[in-house]
Design a protein around this ligand. Structure first.
Ligand SMILES: [Zn+2]
Length: 123
């Protein structure tokens, strides 16, 4: 019966929908897999940075005869530099009121003229 014949590559609504669904599912799975690998990559970077940070701290602590309490005290001071004690260092550009150049809030003083920044007074 000529009415039921679909030539190769011709219109096949059910087959196309099925194929599209399969392609969409495959694309979603690939996206999930690539996000997982990006997450894994970030996790590895954090672990490496944590390891190096610990090693650096132990070198500095032992050579300068500091204590973990000294580190914690400075960490709290740095934490408060953005005006919030939240365990995070929020960074934002700061325009120096003396020289007008832009530094980052993570710095304690202007990188260009040395003016000491205080808290988030310039944020
Ligand atoms: Zn300055």
């Amino acid at each position: 019966m000529a009415g039921l014949f679909f030539p190769v590559g011709g219109f096949d609504p059910l087959g196309s929908a099925d194929s599209l669904a399969r392609q969409t599912a495959n694309a979603a799975m690939q996206a999930a897999a690539s996000q997982k690998s990006e997450t894994e990559c970030l996790r590895e970077q954090v672990e490496r940075i944590t390891l190096l940070n610990q090693a650096l701290w132990e070198i500095v602590r032992d050579r300068l005869q500091l204590s973990d309490g000294d580190l914690e005290k400075v960490a709290q001071e740095v934490d408060l530099r953005d005006g919030k004690q939240d365990g995070r260092l929020s960074e934002h550009p700061l325009q120096c009121p003396r020289c007008g150049r832009v530094s980052n809030s993570r710095h304690k003083k202007c990188l260009y003229c040395g003016l000491l920044f205080e808290g988030d007074a310039f944020g």
